[in-house]
Design a binder for this molecule. Structure first.
Ligand SMILES: Cc1ncc(COP(=O)(O)O)c(C=O)c1O
Length: 390
């Protein structure tokens, strides 16, 4: 066999399989919380040090979950990964596992509401958090200090689709030895080159594109073996963050088609974003794949495509609600990355916890709609929005 590295799309289907003695083709679902030992001595030995194919308890690890972890680590280009019960368990775990009172973390301001909540929790326990405009490298430069422990950001932010220069921020962080933690949900593993660009830890809500059909919750923390197994795992396994083996099995299934789905959804998102620019009632279209996106060049360099999400401003809450209520193909919901297209009104749902002033500062205006573009025919999506906005 040639030594030529396999493409990500191929690895997403084959990498990390652990076959049982039956030689099954599909990944086996080990729906078990525990594992029987041959002897008391074996149990003792396994608690001292478990080998790579030895398991103790599903909160610590499980063969199906491990297949998912190995496969996603291979896609992301990291040595290892730990799969969690949800995306928020991953964000919380990735930061909480190392933070201690007195630490300093710099974060971009434009984050998903629950990510902001986790940073508030850290602040409650004595971690100092400085917020910056993630798109402004000078603000990162000014905020990162010799004692900064970590930087955190969403590489494409929820819901305003701001893009952070990963390589630029990583260089500043590296200079002071700070860890670079990236929530890469919107970029997806298909367009993520975060590790190549200097990220140390990448987290995903696998609830989104990786499951891809809106069936279950999941998350994952990708990083070096040392970070994942020595820093993150002790925190995650003792605080109950592990993914259900059933959900890991569904996620493995999702990975089979991830590349095809995300690329098709991205093609439709670009067509839809272009069409929206000429639609009645639309005051602003934000799509990272449109040349008028403020960081278009960075998007091309960093991701190579605009992704599956669009933000569109229709002027007011009343206009946004009226349009949502008229949509027939887009579902009103708050997941994203699903095969079904979804419309969300962030100001009254995902970001409703924030004060109106903070929302306004983040560009989450009352008329802003977040669109997650699914796998339907692009023409049907365009027609749906045109009639809803007319
Ligand atoms: C950027 C981002 N991070 C994390 C999460 C949390 O994921 P989960 O709902 O799987 O906990 C979400 C969910 O919307 C998200 O958009």
């Amino acid at each position: 066999m040639s030594d030529k590295p396999l493409h990500p799309r191929t690895r997403a289907i084959h990498h990390g399989i652990r076959r049982s003695q039956y030689g099954e083709m599909a990944e086996a679902l080990f729906m078990t919380q525990g594992f029987a030992y041959d002897s008391a001595e074996q149990a003792e030995a396994r608690f001292i040090k478990a080998g790579p194919d030895e398991f103790i308890y599903a909160r610590y690890g499980n063969p199906t979950s491990r297949m998912f972890e190995d496969r996603i680590a291979s896609l992301e280009g990291t040595e290892d990964a730990f799969a969690t019960a949800s995306g928020m368990a991953a964000v919380n775990g990735a930061l909480m596992c190392f933070a201690k009172p007195g630490d300093h973390i710099v974060s971009s301001r434009a984050l998903f509401g629950s990510c902001l909540y986790v940073l508030d929790v850290l602040a409650r326990f004595g971690v100092e958090v400085s917020y910056v405009d993630g798109t402004d490298l000078d603000q990162w430069r000014a905020a990162i200090r010799p004692d900064t422990r970590a930087v955190f950001f969403e590489s494409v932010s929820n819901p305003t689709l701001e893009v952070v220069d990963i390589a630029g921020v990583a260089a500043l962080a590296r200079a002071v030895g700070a860890l670079v933690v990236v929530d890469n949900v919107f970029a997806t593993p298909v367009y993520s080159r975060a590790v190549e660009q200097g990220a140390d830890v990448v987290v995903y809500s696998t609830t989104k594109h990786i499951d891809g059909s809106g069936r279950c919750l999941g998350g994952v923390i990708c990083g070096t073996r040392q970070f994942v197994r020595e820093v993150a795992e002790p925190y995650l396994k003792h605080t109950g963050a592990a993914i259900s083996p059933f959900n890991a099995w569904l996620m493995l299934n999702g990975l089979n088609t991830l590349d095809l789905r995300v690329r098709a959804q991205t093609d439709s998102a670009l067509a839809l974003a272009r069409a929206l620019q000429d639609m009645a009632g639309v005051s602003r279209v934000v799509y990272p794949g449109l040349p008028d996106h403020p960081q278009y060049d960075l998007v091309q360099r960093q991701m190579g495509a605009g992704g599956t999400m669009i933000a569109v401003d229709v002027g007011s809450k009343a206009a946004a609600f009226a349009a949502m209520d008229r949509m027939r193909v887009f579902e009103i919901s708050n997941n994203l990355g699903d095969a079904k297209s979804i419309v969300t009104h962030p100001a009254t749902t995902t970001h409703s916890r924030l004060t109106p002033e903070v929302r306004e500062g983040l560009g989450i205006t009352p008329g802003l709609l977040r669109l997650s573009v699914g796998l339907e025919h692009a023409d049907d999506l365009i027609d749906d929005l045109r009639q809803a906005l007319a």
